[in-house]
Design a protein around this ligand. Structure first.
Ligand SMILES: Nc1ncnc2c1ncn2[C@@H]1O[C@H](COP(=O)(O)OP(=O)(O)O)[C@@H](O)[C@H]1O
Ligand SMILES: [Mg+2]
Length: 247
């Protein structure tokens, strides 16, 4: 079953059509990677899914509901979390506190407003569970500012998980990572599989070919190919557009 569907999704900035009539069907529980050359429209598409940009035309359905044009907070509440906006992490407070605040914000902001007074413990337990999941339990008391780049990215994933999403949008999770950090990120993504549906924008082709169930190729705002990683890699139009015909 599809968790997300876009129909004729389009975004224009003045004379530039950044995303051009995109029809996407994202199956529940799978990892779909979105690839394409710089300027192809990947970030614009993600921003529309996350509510940061309003589509010019077209629609977005998530879990059978029309979410087109909803505000970012409303989209988070529907169950879509976008990660790797650096502003997510508060440097001055501890790793645990970062996640606890995010968990608390979800409970306060959601339907569950009449929590009793001892819920702080509950938030802490939930935050600790998330830290275990992303492999940061031993870093819990460190100020977030002292984390390595790789651990900071894991914390960002933890913050995305704190909103209890169904769909995770990762925009270039491996950017700026060392090979060791990339391997840790791949392990973490492996653990997320099954629990969450994931959409990934990623330039590192090893990662894309490794983790994806499906790959969607954007070029000039339009989908030019989609399917299993191996078939997309072999596609002539993809070779031409994305790899400049040289690979
Ligand atoms: N806020 C904006 N205003 C005007 N043009 C934009 C804006 N955001 C993106 N674009 C243009 O839309 C196109 C797609 O950009 P983007 O979605 O960032 O591509 P990608 O993430 O695939 O590199 C590019 O031509 C870019 O210059
Ligand atoms: Mg981009």
């Amino acid at each position: 079953m599809a968790i997300l569907e876009t129909t004729d999704l389009t975004k224009r900035f003045g004379g530039v059509t950044a995303v051009d009539g995109v029809d996407l069907t994202i199956p529940t529980g799978e990892i779909t990677s979105l690839i394409g050359p710089n300027g192809a429209g990947k970030t614009t598409l993600f921003d529309m899914l996350a509510g940061a940009l309003t589509p010019t035309t077209g629609s977005i359905r998530f879990q059978e509901e029309d979410i087109t044009g909803l505000a970012p907070e409303a989209i988070v509440r529907e169950g879509i979390a976008k990660s790797f906006q650096i502003t997510n992490v508060f440097d001055g407070i501890s790793v645990l506190e970062n996640v606890r605040v995010a968990v608390q914000a979800r409970h306060r902001g959601g339907w569950n407003v009449y929590r009793h007074a001892d819920s702080k413990t509950e938030y802490t337990d939930e935050a600790l569970e998330i830290l275990g999941f992303v492999g940061l339990d031993e870093e819990r008391d460190r100020p977030a500012s002292t984390l390595s780049h790789g651990d900071k990215r894991s914390l960002e994933i933890g913050l995305a998980l704190a909103v209890d999403p169904e769909l995770l949008l990762f925009d270039e999770p491996a950017a700026g990572m060392s090979q060791m950090e990339i391997e840790a990120m791949l392990d973490l993504i492996d653990e997320l599989v099954g629990e969450y549906t994931i959409m990934l924008v990623e330039h590192n082709m090893d990662i894309v070919m490794n983790v994806s169930d499906r790959v969607v190729v954007l070029h000039n705002g339009a989908v030019i190919a989609s399917g299993a990683p191996s078939s997309v890699r072999a596609d002539d139009a993809v070779q031409e557009a994305y790899l400049g015909g040289v690979a």
